[in-house]
Design a protein around this ligand. Structure first.
Ligand code: ATP
Ligand code: MG
Length: 510
């Protein structure tokens, strides 16, 4: 007999001009790991915000039953009291506060009114950190931890509140492979302890590995729930549910026409900003030819992002040495403006920090890096800007209500598409992509690959940084690997495989 912990029935949630959820049903059994999948903008995050009271009762229609009881949450604290904890797509820790403070924020241990018992708080924090396998000092500021560890602190925080239903919205999208493994193992462990989880993820591999069932959403509707027990959870089946058709190939076919060397980076060194004598990039050199898609593989901390950011002028001149050549001539790259004038574009991995102005509308974000194209005598022509932005929005399949919607209101994956569209709009000669498909659904990934290939076919140079080796292998003509700031080797497409890349990615100095 099944034992249902959660039922959401006929949930409908509208935003001005958008029906985000349209009569959605979700049924989660006690003690299972239930995955929620669907394309960017399908409504996954919204459904979980309804469940956790971020959107209070009355702002949606439909019914939530937890343990058979009807719930009407008026805020997050109501759902927490009922045993629900949510870890949002964007982490919500306070960076300046310590680990312990973050765990007990708003829920501090006290010794009498207004007196926080720091001794007990730290001891309890250590205890709950142990449960997620962290041996971190509870008094360390959260900002000193890697994203993977911060994610675990979020889970520790949830555990400290006696959670029975844990919701994780794309918890592994910013994690490396080892950290993701660690997190998934923890989920399985928590399951053993009787904790039910809902896991939102775009990574089919991890879903098929840990989930007991999968509910697929498309355009705000429930398509189906598949269960492992019935043997129905396989990647192709999930994809079909998500995009409504079979996706035969994950990477588009391509016949590259590669020309002469256009960009060359020589003896590139970036000093560590605070640790004297340490180099985050150490004498790196690489070249990219006309029409070529070049990959950059490496583990977390290998220096790939530092290399890309510094070439793009984002690393404060004094710490950077080396030369970039374009068509054989050295470039003067002191800041981002120099880089943009030289035809270089960089799509950062962290869209919130560097990629977008969230308060601005889609149109302004899309045209920002190429205002010259929509201006007449240095004055923006609003009509031209709107037309061009709409064209790019359609090309990128950004799910929104036209180009005047506030970018911050878009789903996570659609924000990522806007960042990418922004730099494509600038029509760069060298496009550097740093984890461009992180948090992007499978169907949209394919679209992005097509767009990148088209750009290369028009003669642009592409440098693709990715932690997903299959993506590098599927997309690149040649792949460089980095380890500890150095380029440890390069492999042409024909000879590249995961194993040979891994070898170079772990080739340390000693
Ligand atoms: N605050 C908001 N205001 C207006 N529209 C919103 C708001 N939040 C979400 N939406 C819209 O609701 C729809 C569903 O968004 P949601 O964030 O739930 O998608 P998602 O499935 O989580 O996508 P992703 O995989 O990209 O994270 C989208 O069309 C989005 O633009
Ligand atoms: Mg989301």
């Amino acid at each position: 007999m099944s034992d249902v912990l959660l039922r959401m029935r006929g949930i409908t949630k509208e935003f001005p001009g958008v029906v985000a959820l349209d009569n959605v049903d979700l049924r989660v059994e006690r003690g299972e790991i239930h995955a929620l999948m669907g394309e960017n903008g399908a409504g996954k995050s919204t459904l979980m915000k309804v469940l956790s009271g971020v959107y209070p009762h009355g702002e949606y229609s439909g019914e939530i039953l937890l343990d058979g009881e009807v719930c009407a949450f008026h805020g997050i604290s109501d759902s927490e009291r009922a045993g629900i904890a949510i870890i949002h797509q964007e982490l919500a820790l306070v960076p300046q506060l310590s680990v312990a403070e973050n765990i007990y924020l708003g829920n501090e241990r006290t010794r009498g009114p207004g007196l926080i018992d720091w001794g007990r708080t730290a001891a309890m924090a250590r205890d709950v950190l142990g449960r997620v396998g962290l041996d971190e000092d509870p008094t360390a500021p959260v900002s000193t931890l890697s994203v993977g560890r911060q994610q675990l602190v979020e889970i520790a925080k949830a555990l400290s509140k006696r959670v029975s239903l844990l919701i994780l919205d794309e918890p592994t999208s910013a994690l490396n492979e080892a950290e993701s493994d660690n997190l998934l193992r923890l989920l399985l462990e928590l399951k053993e302890q009787g904790i039910t989880s809902i896991l939102i993820s775009h990574k089919l591999g991890e879903v098929t590995r840990v989930a007991d069932s999968v509910t697929v959403l498309r355009d705000g509707r429930t398509i189906e729930t598949l269960s492992t027990a019935s043997g129905h959870v396989d990647e192709d089946r999930i994809i079909r549910g998500m995009v409504g058709r079979d996706l035969d190939e994950r990477y588009p076919e391509r016949s590259a026409e590669i020309g002469e060397v256009r960009f060359e980076v020589r003896d590139w060194t970036v000093d560590h900003p605070t640790q004297v004598g340490r180099r985050v990039v150490d004498g790196a050199g690489l070249e990219v030819r006309r029409g070529e898609i070049v990959g950059l593989a490496g583990l977390m901390g290998a220096g790939r992002t530092e290399l890309a950011m510094s070439v793009f002028g984002r690393s404060y001149g004094r710490y950077v040495h080396g030369t970039v050549y374009k068509d054989g001539a050295p470039l003067r790259l002191h800041d981002v403006d120099d880089a943009i004038s030289a035809g270089i574009a960089y799509v950062p991995e962290d869209r919130k920090e560097l990629g977008l102005i969230l308060e601005d509308d889609i149109r302004r974000n899309l045209t920002l890096a190429g205002l010259g194209r929509v201006s007449r005598r240095a004055v923006i022509d609003p009509a031209r800007e709107a037309v061009a932005a709409e064209e790019m929005r359609t090309r990128m399949r950004v799910k929104s209500n036209g180009v005047y919607q506030t970018t911050g209101d878009l789903s996570g994956g659609n924000q990522q598409k806007v960042v990418l569209g922004k730099w494509l709009f600038a029509e760069p000669d060298l496009l550097i992509l740093d984890e461009p498909t992180r948090g992007i659904d499978v169907g949209a990934k394919y679209e992005i690959y097509l767009i990148v290939q088209r750009l290369a076919a028009q003669g642009a140079c592409v440098l693709l940084i990715s932690s997903e080796l299959p993506e590098l292998l599927g997309m690149c003509d040649r792949i460089y690997a980095m380890c500890e700031g150095r380029i440890t080797g390069e492999i042409p497409r024909e000879r590249a495989d995961q194993e040979s890349l891994m070898k170079l990615m772990t080739m340390t100095k000693a």
